[in-house]
Design a protein around this ligand. Structure first.
Ligand SMILES: CC(C)(COP(=O)(O)OP(=O)(O)OC[C@H]1O[C@@H](n2cnc3c(N)ncnc32)[C@H](O)[C@@H]1OP(=O)(O)O)[C@@H](O)C(=O)NCCC(=O)NCCS
Length: 183
């Protein structure tokens, strides 16, 4: 795995001593629950998913740690997975586990680095993402990167005891190549 450097964040391999922090984020409803499914897996299962993610395109395990370059601190994780058994595209996902790191453009930069790396290394023509229609930071992040809203999947995500609609977003290889360079 390459280390990917942006202006403010670095994407790098997650270190074993950081596994407990990331598992703690996953287990904290305040961090993950507002707009997402909340399923706590055991620490053992989490570690097993990390061990097997490399060879598994469908794995939901984190692929990169997101580090704040100014402080060297771990602030989040990002990942990608093959989202459909037949259609050939990848979906990206992202989590800034440290709430203090949010709202500063770091999430957007991290996802941008990931998308560039995936178009460089994977033979896909489209990269997608899905998010709860109420998750404003998530879809604003995507739109700022040039992802287009392609539609709404109705009643596709179950959390907080009810079904939620989900926006589906995508960007093509050609659109990514043509986008304006980041400011
Ligand atoms: C989604 C997430 C990664 C966004 O990262 P971030 O670094 O905070 O986002 P950025 O600072 O890059 O901002 C992205 C956009 O969202 C907007 N935004 C950020 N926080 C916001 C808020 N609380 N309300 C409304 N808009 C917000 C920003 O203004 C920016 O939009 P703009 O530049 O078009 O104005 C982060 O909030 C997070 O980890 N959330 C919890 C996990 C999650 O929801 N993951 C996505 C699941 S689909």
């Amino acid at each position: 795995m390459r280390t990917l450097d942006g202006k403010a964040v670095r994407l790098r391999a997650l270190r074993s001593e950081e596994h407990a922090t990331v598992h703690g984020w996953y287990a904290d409803p305040e961090v993950v629950a507002p707009f997402d499914r909340f399923v706590v897996e055991s620490f053992g299962d989490f570690e097993r998913s990390l061990a097997s993610e490399e060879g598994d395109p469908t794995s939901l395990a984190p692929r990169y740690a997101v580090e704040d370059r100014a402080t060297g601190r771990l602030i989040g994780v990002v990942g990608h997975y093959r989202a459909h058994p037949v259609l050939e595209y990848l979906d990206v996902w992202y989590l800034l586990g440290d709430p203090a790191a949010r709202g500063r453009g770091l999430g957007r930069e991290a996802v941008g680095l990931l998308v560039s790396e995936l178009f460089r290394t994977e033979s896909v023509e489209r990269i997608g993402a899905v998010c709860d229609v109420e998750n404003v930071p998530s879809f604003r992040l995507l739109e700022g990167l040039g992802f287009r809203r392609e539609g709404t999947l109705r009643s596709a995500l179950l959390h907080h005891g009810r079904w939620h609609d989900v926006f589906t977003y995508g960007v093509t290889r050609a659109e990514w190549a043509d986008r304006a360079p980041p400011a």
